[in-house]
Design a protein around this ligand. Structure first.
Ligand SMILES: Cc1cc2nc3c(=O)[nH]c(=O)nc-3n(C[C@H](O)[C@H](O)[C@H](O)COP(=O)(O)OP(=O)(O)OC[C@H]3O[C@@H](n4cnc5c(N)ncnc54)[C@H](O)[C@@H]3O)c2cc1C
Length: 517
């Protein structure tokens, strides 16, 4: 074969670098007689971003494919289970204003659209409470599985909350000790190009040249290869999503046995929102906001009020300010270089979409891995087309959370509803959904980051009005819906009775471990 691709060099040892390394090495070093060599180069001086603690359920299959034991991961990365997100004060700003985006789909969702029946019915139950058990599990702080449920299996669908710093170290050990990834600690100071314009090697002072056939840019916001070397332009979306600053802090629990929330809590503020993530030994909390709508010091004050501490106490906890540039590169794969992680782009962490994009990027790279240089441009074109679509869908989905607000108490919320800031693709869907609830046909890709169910949870959680179908619903459909609502009621009762509290389960896993599959 001409120019076979035998070696991959990954620049960057943050979560993106190690997830990519683990995904590629597990695939090639286990499944092929002639493995592809995977090398990861990481600077001892440039720190990783150190945040990114909310994930998506895809993380279970990502870790399982790498051969990670779920028990080890939970013990070593301070992990809690995540069963969705609770959005507080997003619609009206009142104290009792909240809705859930759970991870369990509405009952019977593969072939029955319960939203139609919820909209036409007389129930006063919230949408997510009416169609799935998970809001109740979160409100009662129940774990999504039992100690006897095997590793990675679930009673209720779940993702994780994890300690970002510990996670990168954990993956590094697994990749180097079990999957044969070569790890080089060195600053990359230059890039050597071949005559064709491909990258031939990364230049380092400590280890000389590190050459390879394919280079993965996981160098974080710096985007050393795709942005820095190849100058692929950045496409900002600040005119749609205004958040551009974060204040992040780690908060200890009041007591060692304080309950651990089993969902991300996302509480709207005057010019942004606060995330609150429960790990085993601490919470990770942060205020993301629009610097065009508030000042750093006002945002700091709001974070202190959220945590119910004085600004002096907040100072002592050590708050980190992180600038955010919302948007992404115009393409992600150029010549023999593909960017994954922050080097490809970043959007506010409202729905934990960054790590899931890393996972599906690494997966697509592994699955469609170009066998030769001749095939690479075709794979690159497909990769770029697929991920441009994904970034656009994620931008639409995040913006959806803002356009449905009824808040008018600050410029931030008013400006967010300005039609000029809403992408045409989202406007079009909103028009459609005035007359029919979201359904599978609205999103036609095999892998959608946010499926129709996610749109339903946000739309109806925020009180969006869809007119009932003019042609009515059939008797058979009504009967089936009745059965599904009953089924959901029974499932909720059984789960509440059979699942213990989140902290109890975590303690048991740390002591005894989960059953291996
Ligand atoms: C405020 C905030 C909150 C977030 N919350 C979430 C969340 O809840 N969920 C989620 O999914 N994501 C979240 N993210 C995103 C998430 O943090 C990142 O997607 C994830 O950590 C991956 O980062 P990375 O590996 O791309 O970059 P980094 O962690 O920045 O790693 C970059 C790596 O490149 C190396 N490097 C850079 N330059 C050089 C050089 N010249 N030579 C050698 N090495 C070099 C560095 O040493 C480092 O190892 C959040 C991000 C922010 C900013």
């Amino acid at each position: 074969m001409s120019d076979p691709i035998n070696s991959v060099v990954i620049l960057g040892g943050g979560t993106a670098g190690w997830i990519t390394a683990g995904t590629l090495a597990a695939r090639f070093n286990r499944e092929q007689e002639e493995p592809v060599r995977v090398t990861l180069v990481e600077s001892p001086n440039v720190p990783t971003i150190g945040v990114g603690e909310g994930t998506w359920p895809t993380m279970r299959s990502t870790l399982k494919k790498m051969g990670v034991r779920e028990t080890d991961f939970i013990r070593e990365c301070n992990v809690g289970f995540k069963q969705g997100a609770k959005f507080a004060r997003w619609t009206t700003g009142a104290d009792d204003d909240f809705y859930y985006h759970p991870l369990v789909q509405p009952e019977g969702f593969h072939n029955h659209n319960l939203a139609t029946h919820w909209l036409g019915g007389s129930t006063s139950e919230s949408f997510s409470n009416a169609v799935c058990p998970q809001e109740a599990l979160c409100e009662h702080n129940r774990a999504p599985k039992q100690i006897g449920t095997p590793e990675y299996a679930a009673v209720a669908n779940y993702a994780y909350h994890l300690d970002a710093g510990k996670f990168a170290g954990f993956l590094q050990r697994h990749c180097t000790e079990n999957l044969g990834v070569r790890h080089i600690l060195a600053d990359v100071t230059g890039i050597e190009e071949s005559e064709t314009g491909d990258i031939a090697a990364l230049k380092t002072e400590a280890h000389g040249k590190v050459s390879g056939d394919l280079f993965v840019d996981c160098s974080g916001f710096g985007s050393r290869l795709l942005g820095g070397h190849y100058k692929v332009p950045f496409r900002s979306c600040k005119d749609v999503l205004f958040i551009d600053s974060a204040l992040a802090v780690q908060v200890p629990y009041e007591r060692e046995d304080s309950p651990i929330a089993t969902h991300t809590i996302s509480t709207a503020q005057s010019a942004g929102w606060v995330w609150d993530i429960g790990l085993q030994s601490r919470r990770g909390v942060g205020h993301v906001f629009s610097s065009a709508h508030t000042s750093d010091s006002a945002a700091y004050g709001e974070l202190a009020r959220y945590l119910k501490v004085s600004e002096g106490e907040l100072d002592r906890l050590g708050v980190r300010k992180i600038p955010i540039v919302p948007g992404h590169r115009e393409k992600f794969w150029h010549r023999n270089c593909v960017a994954i992680g922050l080097s490809a782009g970043f959007l506010e962490p409202l729905e934990a979409s960054a790590l899931v994009l890393v996972e599906i990027s690494a997966n697509m790279l592994a699955e469609q891995f170009p066998a030769s240089r001749a095939a690479m441009d075709v794979v690159a074109r497909r990769f770029n087309e697929t991920f441009l679509y994904r970034w656009d869908r994620i931008i639409d989905f995040l913006k959806l959370h803002y356009v449905l607000t009824k808040r008018t108490d600050s410029r931030f919320w008013i400006d967010n509803c300005d039609p000029a800031t809403i992408p045409d693709s989202l406007q079009e869907l909103l028009t459609l959904w005035r007359y029919q609830p979201p359904w599978h046909d609205d999103f036609d890709r095999a892998v959608e980051v946010f499926p129709a169910a996610s749109y339903q949870y946000v739309l109806y959680g925020m009180g969006f009005e869809t007119q009932p179908a003019a042609h009515g619903v059939s008797r058979a459909s009504l009967e089936q819906a009745g059965q599904l609502f009953q089924q959901k009621g029974k499932a909720t009762q059984q789960m509440l009775a059979g699942l213990e509290t989140h902290r109890n389960l975590i303690n048991k896993i740390c002591r005894h471990g989960l059953q291996q599959i």
